[in-house]
Design a protein around this ligand. Structure first.
Ligand SMILES: Nc1ncnc2c1ncn2[C@@H]1O[C@H](COP(=O)(O)OP(=O)(O)O)[C@@H](O)[C@H]1O
Ligand SMILES: [Mg+2]
Length: 810
């Protein structure tokens, strides 16, 4: 029987499946009739949804003067936190509930969704073209590696967390006047108390989520403009095709891709000692389910009254029992029933909590809705869910006759329709923490490995974070280069528009550069591959390009000519004048070649001051002499999308200068890429070398600070954590960077990093005494242990490439 009526009318509706196939004369008429029947069915099915409207801004009008908004909560690391930290989080979470006053309602909802392995793989595998191209072998090897890392299990469970807030009001406007500031407070408190990000979900977002639960339809967003034009409502959008109650305790929705069998369970008997593991246990049942916990604050004075009344009841019962016991010649204290003794003790504790511990009381209801695609599957899943609850001494009862109420209570609408309540204190409410462990599953992310705590893949998008700047830190052999090369390969294969630049002091990335057709620039004073420090990008939005270029050239020349002492004011002025003259000459006549150190040398010789002649002499060795490797026009193709600067052969004498010239080239490229709307990924291995000289450090810092604005994603890679942490600027960069990949560390470094970054013992364990490829990553506000280990036997071409260094090869 299909019905879907809020008024519980038992009037049987037509069952389209049961209707005998009609054989009308006109098939058109039949189609019309069918359509009409379907429309009627749909209308009835709509009534299974107990709300009136959802506005585009995300307010759900529940009827009866109630309005709700929904926030999506980021997870926080609760399961992995230390015991102390867990206790602190529970206390803070309990404090959070003090925000709410009488008449306001909260609903915490956890939507456990099984992600099909294929769906996950679809996000991270590269499509393999029919006809191979130059990188085909690496692409298919990449896909093989990803498959093996994600593992064989068919599903991954991801738990999404929501908070729905409900208030009463005479009108939508009146409700909003309360809801808007409340949402702001909740968002602030969630962050300051728990470091949980709460984001208000708009209308299309709420519909997206509800549609999955009511129709089993995964589709993005909702077209409000289209709805206005067609006259349809959000209820039309969310209604299943039909609704049926096959038994008193089951609800079947005819979804887009088959039936959805639903059963709602309610937590009836709370154990006297509730554990904080119930939600985690339920999440471990690998199944689709929705957990909703409804919480309504009770006024303080009413709370007291309530407890007093309960106490009075119990006292009366005790007196009564005692009398009976005395009559029966039994001990009036000892022989009281255990349950009564327990209740008396509980009520005493409760009085104490309310008076002295700043606790409040809440009316709560906890429901779990299990969904499945058949009756058998539902039965099986419900059994598993109930068993899981049992392990935490919780009895989840099936609600007979109340499935429709249960369904609407489980949906994140913001209201409980069930007559089952339980009064709990703030502390007891807080024990039901919805938080477990964090996941990163960004929509357009790259694949970094799996979450070592949950086994789910880590799909992360550095572009999403505040600045996108990253560090890869770990001892020698911990897998830093391997990790970085993997990310580079992901970018090169998977983001065809992005560009990659590597600065490598140890030939480590050379095989990768060769395999992916990089422009290889061998940077040293005697190299035949020349990069010209005078190269200039003219169309920047940073101000006068000649002025800026002159400044950066001056800082390079300070290093080259001034040694440790720098240059005198007179020397700087002469150099500045000469450089500016050269550029203006170049800009006036487009046929002029770009200036070089050689032309600077010539220009200095033309100046009148004896000081100029002295500088010219000092410059001679770099302009025409032994170290003239930077004195000519750039002769390598720096417009390639992959550029590899090998700085291993830069002698000590030229090291800082050479690095500054390379950074200058990189910045030129970043600016011109930015102008073309292209993102640049920069990798600097042995990154601590940048800190050996204050001039190189200043150059790097200025790039680092401007990175975000110009679409640059810089990554510093180093094993010398101690050295890095000794430089205040580096510490600052480290504590401000949004992406941190910590591979295996020395104990001393780990301890210092833990202090700097505020990590828990469990988090520290994730990157100490671990095998190569394991570690802890931090992505914006999310920190989780990762496993990037790749095992393949025999090794395929990509893995071979990741683990080959130049020296292995030669
Ligand atoms: N994710 C990984 N999976 C499997 N083996 C790895 C992984 N990372 C590193 N290794 C192994 O450890 C060796 C050292 O890694 P490497 O990246 O060169 O370390 P680092 O750059 O930190 O010195 C590699 O040659 C490889 O054999
Ligand atoms: Mg390395």
């Amino acid at each position: 029987m299909f019905l879907g009526n809020k008024s519980k009318s038992k009037k049987p509706a037509t069952n389209p499946a049961g209707t005998p196939a009609a054989t009308p004369k006109s098939s058109k008429a039949a189609a019309k009739k069918k359509a009409k029947a379907r429309a009627a069915e749909a209308k009835k099915a709509q009534s299974v949804l107990w709300y009136d409207a959802i506005t585009e801004s995300g307010v759900c009008v529940l009827g009866g003067g109630k309005y709700s908004v929904m926030l999506r909560l980021s997870d926080i690391n609760y399961q992995l936190a230390t015991d102390d930290r867990q206790r602190e989080l529970l206390e803070r979470y309990a404090r959070f509930f003090n925000l709410f006053s009488m008449g306001q309602q909260l609903q915490v909802t956890i939507v456990n969704r099984r992600l099909e392995r294929d769906t996950l793989l679809g996000k991270v595998l590269f499509p393999e073209p029919l006809h191979g191209d130059a990188v085909s072998v690496y692409r298919s090897d990449h896909n093989k590696l990803v498959r093996s890392m994600i593992g064989e299990s068919r599903y991954s469970i991801v738990a999404e967390k929501y908070l729905t807030l409900t208030v009463s009001g005479e009108s939508l406007d009146e409700a909003l006047a309360v809801l808007n500031p409340l949402v702001e407070q909740v968002t602030n408190q969630m962050w300051t108390l728990l470091e949980c990000r709460a984001h208000r979900v708009d209308g299309p977002g709420r519909i997206e989520l509800l549609r999955e639960l009511t129709r089993g339809c995964y589709a993005a967003g909702f077209d409000y403009a289209g709805m206005a034009r067609s006259g349809a409502t959000t209820r039309d959008e969310l209604a299943p095709q039909a609704v049926e109650f096959p038994t008193r305790s089951e609800l079947v929705l005819a979804g887009d891709e088959g039936d959805i069998w639903c059963q709602t369970l309610v937590l009836r008997d709370y154990p006297s000692w509730m554990s904080d593991q119930l939600f985690r246990r339920l999440s471990e049942v690998q199944t689709d389910l929705v957990i909703s916990f409804h919480i309504s604050p009770i006024d303080r004075s009413e709370s007291r009254d309530l407890v007093m009344r309960r106490k009075a009841e119990l006292d009366m019962e005790r007196t009564d029992r005692r009398r009976k016991l005395v009559k029966a010649n039994m001990d009036p204290e000892e022989d009281l029933p255990e349950s009564l003794k327990r209740s008396l003790a509980e009520v005493k504790d409760l009085m104490h909590d309310l008076d002295d511990n700043d606790q409040r009381l809440y009316t709560t209801t906890l429901v779990v809705m299990v969904q499945a695609s058949s009756a058998e599957e539902l039965k099986d899943r419900v059994t598993k869910v109930r068993q899981a609850a049992k392990t935490e001494s919780c009895d989840l009862a099936v609600m007979k006759f109340f499935q429709e109420q249960g369904f609407n209570t489980a949906l994140p609408l913001g209201e409980s329709f069930l007559p089952v309540h339980r009064t709990l204190t703030s502390a007891a409410v807080a024990v039901m923490v919805p938080f477990t462990s964090q996941e990163i599953l960004d929509d357009q992310g790259l694949f970094y490995g799996t979450n070592a705590a949950t086994g789910n893949p880590i799909i992360a998008d550095r572009r999403r974070t505040r600045n996108g700047n990253a560090f890869v830190l770990g001892t020698s052999g911990s897998g830093k280069s391997h990790f970085s090369k993997w990310e580079i390969a992901e970018v090169l294969i998977g983001r065809p528009n992005d560009e990659v630049i590597i600065i490598d002091p140890e030939h480590e990335y050379r095989p990768l550069a060769d395999a992916f057709d990089a422009t290889v620039v061998d940077v040293h004073a005697g190299s035949s591959q020349v990069i010209n420090p005078f190269d200039i990008v003219l169309n920047t939005r940073e101000g006068d390009p000649v002025r800026l270029k002159a400044e950066s050239l001056l800082s390079m020349l300070r290093v080259l000519l001034g040694g440790g002492r720098g240059l005198s004011a007179a020397q700087e002025s002469i150099l500045d004048r000469s450089i500016t003259t050269l550029y203006h000459r170049y800009l006036d006549d487009q046929n002029q070649p770009v200036p070089t150190l050689r032309s600077l040398h010539g220009e200095l010789l033309l100046q009148a001051e004896p000081e100029a002649a002295a500088i010219a002499t000092a410059l001679e060795m770099y302009a025409t002499g032994t170290f003239s490797g930077f004195a000519q026009q750039t002769n390598v193709d720096v417009s390639n999308r992959f550029i590899y600067y090998d700085i291993a052969k830069l002698g000590d004498h030229m090291k800082t200068f050479g690095m500054m010239v390379v950074l200058d080239q990189v910045w030129n490229r970043v600016m011109s890429n930015f102008g073309r709307g292209i993102r640049t990924w920069l990798y600097v291995d042995e990154f601590h070398l940048m800190f050996t000289n204050p001039h190189a450090l200043a150059t790097f810092l200025s790039i680092y600070k401007r990175a975000r604005k110009y679409g640059l994603l810089p990554t510093g890679i180093t094993q010398n954590v101690e050295e890095l942490l000794a430089v205040p600027e580096a510490r600052l960069m480290l504590s401000n960077c949004d992406c941190l990949f910590l591979l295996g560390q020395k104990k001393t470094d780990a301890d210092e990093l833990a202090v700097l970054l505020g990590l828990s013992d469990d988090q520290i364990r994730a990157f100490t005494s671990v095998e190569a490829g394991y570690g802890l990553l931090s992505f914006g506000a999310t920190t989780l242990p990762f496993n990037a280990r790749k095992e393949q036997s025999p090794r395929g071409p990509l893995l071979t490439l990741l683990d080959t260094t130049f020296d292995d090869r030669s």
